[in-house]
Design a protein around this ligand. Structure first.
Ligand code: URA
Ligand code: CA
Length: 433
């Protein structure tokens, strides 16, 4: 086989065979296929796309390019949740203990990464003593015992994807549904999930800005999952404004605790119940969605979800007392209120820009080497549709430096108050199976 022939084939809009896709991914991973040929192929795929079969085979070829996590020693159906990324998305922290408390095993491999706030691991590390540097064997034991554990990304997972993503980034070929969908799904599958619930975000703070694009990506990922034997479904949810109120690491841990107590923001609670119900259903711990949802609601009401969070924190060395006393979490030195300059109704809280404001405070990493400040961030006091009076607080700013003028300016630019009444945005647009 020659790479040049395969580039030509795709350029002409033909379908690549499984053996050809494997040849490409193996050669690209071991370096025998150079970047310039892979760039040309990526551009051909960008314009000609990939069929459903090609997407599934590309995904599996990337899975096979490196280590695969073996979770077979864990009893039950391991259901993973993946979000395409948003601002102040606290759902993972809520969902882990919530679905674990009704018996669905959650073996979460998580990362740090760049962003407006830290990743799930950074957030959890705001609990003193909590750590994810555990051996695989202990990880599996913990999931069998408590139904929930989190481990840091280890090993050499999907090196083909890592290399290809870096190449796409500098060749203007990131923005293609077939490539994005196989990239995301390859990582989930290599991490060992039997079943996958996807939360595809849509709106200003999301990777996909329009509902149409989000739906196309969701369908592409669901098809890949189902075609390679992993039960997969997707929820398309709103990310025009941040989810919940808190954006920041310790602040989101506190928000997750509130939500597990049944006292959380309504959007975060609703999205957690929706995603959680699908996880419970795929994990075969309920016969239908109605039953799944009522199990989860009970777990919140009777305290078992909160208890699962305590046990989980403790089992990985964390100070579980934070659950009853969130003042034990890292606290910012300064707080100040962003006051509304006029009466009216909140009509916009542009998620990505508000996320950037949190990053300016130090809540997230701008570059790989940035140091995160776990204590700082934002807590929204109003959401889209809420009525405000001049002088009301729109946001509480938690910071470790005194002058937050730049942050305030960014927030004022991106929180719009209109004179007329404004509808609350739809939270869940679609569920795709
Ligand atoms: N996120 C990924 O992991 N891969 C892509 O291709 C795009 C976004
Ligand atoms: Ca939040």
């Amino acid at each position: 086989m020659r790479m040049v022939d395969l580039i030509e084939k795709k350029r002409d809009g033909l379908e690549l065979s499984e053996a050809e896709i494997q040849f490409i991914i193996e050669g690209f991973t071991d370096g025998s296929i150079p970047d310039y040929q892979m760039s040309a192929l990526s551009m051909a795929i960008y314009f000609k796309g990939m069929t459903e079969r090609e997407r599934a085979e590309l995904t599996m070829a990337m899975v096979e390019s490196g280590d695969k996590i073996d979770l077979s020693a864990i009893e039950g159906i391991k259901v993973d949740k993946h979000s395409t990324g948003g601002v102040g998305d606290t759902t993972t922290l809520v969902l882990g203990p919530l679905v674990a408390s009704v018996g669905v095993p959650v073996a979460k491999m998580s990362g740090r990464g760049l962003g407006h706030t830290g990743g799930t691991i950074d957030k959890l590390e705001s609990v003193a003593g909590f750590h994810v540097e555990i051996e695989n064997e202990q990880f599996i034991d913990l999931v069998n015992k408590h139904k929930l554990a989190v481990i840091g990304q280890s090993g050499n997972l999907t090196p083909a994807d890592k290399k290809l993503y870096a190449l796409r980034d500098v060749t203007a070929t990131v923005d293609n549904i077939a490539l994005i969908a196989s990239s995301i799904m390859s990582k989930k599958i290599a991490a060992g999930a039997d079943a996958i619930v996807l939360d595809v975000k849509t709106g200003a703070g999301a990777f996909m800005k329009t509902l149409l694009e989000s739906e196309e990506l969701a369908r592409a990922m669901v098809n890949i999952g189902n075609n390679v034997g992993r039960n997969t479904m997707a929820v398309i949810s709103d990310m025009s404004q941040p989810l919940g109120y808190a954006i920041g690491n310790a602040l989101e841990v506190k928000e997750a605790i509130d939500t597990l107590k049944g006292e959380g923001p309504s959007d975060l609670t609703e999205l957690s119940l929706t995603l959680g119900s699908h996880m419970v259903l795929l994990g075969k711990k309920a016969n239908n969605l109605t039953e799944a949802r009522s199990l989860l609601k009970q777990a919140i009401e009777n305290g078992s979800a909160l208890r699962a969070f305590k046990v989980f924190l403790e089992s990985q060395g964390g100070d579980a007392k934070v659950v009853d006393d969130p003042s034990r979490l890292p606290q910012a030195k300064y707080t100040c209120e962003l006051e509304a300059k006029q009466d009216g109704f909140v009509s916009e809280i542009t998620a990505d820009e508000v996320g950037t404001a949190a990053m300016l405070l130090g809540a997230g990493r701008a570059t790989k080497d940035s140091v995160i400040d776990l204590a700082v961030g934002l807590v929204l006091r109003k959401k889209i549709g809420d009525e405000v009076k001049k002088g009301d607080s729109l946001v509480t700013i938690y910071s470790n430096f005194e002058n937050v003028d730049e942050v305030k300016e960014k927030l004022y630019e991106n929180i719009i108050i209109s004179s007329g009444r404004v509808e609350k945005p739809t939270l869940i647009y679609k569920e795709i199976m």
